[in-house]
Design a protein around this ligand. Structure first.
Ligand code: AMP
Length: 307
């Protein structure tokens, strides 16, 4: 149930807890010692984006817990649950290298035992963007994150801006349920050519991987145009769509929304710093998402941006 693994000399030994009682024993002891606990929930197949969340938690907290759980309730019936990439040993190495102290893994049977009947939903923020194209997705996310927070009991939880709608929804959840945890959003980690790191990038064939640059290229174009004075939401969205169309990516949505509400800007309102451009598109069979808040810097591509 509980095992410790030692990695590079500078890294802490990684405790591995593979049941709810096992991780509770670990975090209960840390709380009794008065330690702050940073928590990073994931679905595994970890990459440098996840590593950055763990590193942020390790800088700010006494102890860091990461969970790896491919949560079935956030996948639709036609989605990629059964083929979602899994690599627990690689995940454990990456976590240890980034300063994680404990890895919590569990099973769908332990998280959703027979008779399970309680769901957590957040209204409003979950209705547009990915909520519109993935019915039931956010109900699965908010339910599993509420459970994970109850199980681990962290002082701080870390989520990526890559999944900006999820981050906003989870901030709302924590606020509305008075959960005693601070929520931190961390900037999107990108490949040198701009593509946002994602576990699902592993699905892309080499030629699709090149076409997938269109999401970040479109956001970068829109950001540059906005910096140059273009504030019309429809015109900004058209720039992103242009890149996606040119790359033969199938657009799910390109939306220019207010960051706080995730609703489209009212007619005539100019895009400002707290405007978010959010995009979802399919490259081949792989659905990818990305977003940019206009007030944030958009990293320059340092390699292979292409035309
Ligand atoms: P996932 O394993 O895809 O469910 O993601 C777990 C956490 O990692 C979520 O909070 C994501 O937003 C975050 N994450 C995923 N990709 C990135 C990235 N490229 N940069 C920063 N955070 C990320």
């Amino acid at each position: 149930m509980l095992a410790a693994m030692s990695h590079a000399a500078a890294s802490p030994a990684l405790l591995r807890a593979s049941s709810i009682p096992a991780i509770r024993a670990v975090t209960d002891a840390w709380r009794r010692e008065g330690r702050t606990i940073g928590f990073v929930p994931t679905m595994g197949a970890l990459h440098r984006g996840h590593g950055a969340l763990v590193a942020a938690a390790a800088r700010a907290c006494d102890r860091v817990v990461a969970s790896v759980f491919v949560n079935p309730t956030q996948f639709g019936p036609a989605e990629d649950l059964s083929r979602y990439p899994r690599d627990l040993e690689g995940d454990a190495r990456l976590l240890a290298e980034h300063g994680c102290h404990a890895l919590f893994t569990t099973t769908p049977e332990e998280m959703y035992p027979p008779g399970f009947a309680t769901w957590v939903t957040v209204d409003g923020l979950t209705e547009g963007l990915c909520g519109a194209s993935r019915p039931g997705h956010f109900r699965g996310v908010t339910t599993v994150v509420a459970k994970l927070l109850a199980i681990v009991g962290p002082t701080d939880a870390y989520f990526g801006e890559k999944d900006r709608q999820q981050l906003q929804v989870l901030r709302r959840l924590v606020l509305d349920l008075d959960l005693p945890v601070r929520v931190h959003g961390c900037p999107t980690v990108r490949e040198p050519d701009g593509l946002a790191l994602s576990s699902r990038n592993a699905y892309l064939a080499p030629e699709e991987r090149l076409r997938a640059r269109a999401l970040s290229q479109g956001l970068r174009d829109a950001r540059a145009a906005w910096s140059g004075g273009l504030t019309d939401p429809a015109a900004l969205a058209a720039l992103v769509r242009g890149r996606l169309d040119a790359a033969g990516a199938a657009v799910d949505y390109v939306e220019v929304v207010d960051l706080a509400t995730l609703r489209p800007l009212p007619p005539g309102a100019p895009a400002g710093e707290d405007t978010l451009i959010a995009v979802a598109a399919r490259v081949g069979a792989t659905r990818l998402i990305d977003n940019h808040r206009l007030g944030d810097p958009f990293p320059r591509a340092t390699a292979g941006e292409g035309p």
